[in-house]
Design a protein around this ligand. Structure first.
Ligand SMILES: [Zn+2]
Length: 117
């Protein structure tokens, strides 16, 4: 994936606005993402990760409100593309992270440290 992170590229790839900051960060860390969603109604946000790059996302996903869907005995029994058709966890070297997206958690933390009295 090229590191051109303009909104035009994001529009062309149909990347939801609610996950764009995260996806940009992931690409900066050489992650390869195959699909993502900002979450709609009761459906949580998710990111389908095929290459973890430098490992930044695994370490920081929880800051963005996302947790890795763990594989169970159901996985591989009903395959839908890169995910388990039963539980939705990533298979064949892919990982699915789900949750409620936290916007700019890292930026928020640095804002807090800059506050002075
Ligand atoms: Zn499964």
């Amino acid at each position: 994936m090229k590191k051109d992170v303009s909104d035009t590229v994001m529009d062309r790839l149909n990347i939801d606005r609610g996950v764009r900051d995260l996806i940009r960060q992931m690409w900066e860390h050489d992650c390869e993402t195959k699909a993502s969603c900002e979450g709609h109604g009761v459906k949580p946000a998710y990111v389908l990760l095929s290459q973890s790059g430098d490992g930044w996302f695994e370490k920081n996903a929880h800051l963005y409100g996302l947790r890795r869907a763990l594989n169970g005995s159901c996985c591989e029994s009903r395959v839908v593309g890169n995910v388990c058709g039963v539980c939705g966890a990533g298979i064949r070297g892919n990982s699915v992270y789900r949750g409620r997206i936290v916007q700019n958690p890292v930026a928020f933390e640095s804002d807090v440290t800059e506050v002075s009295f």
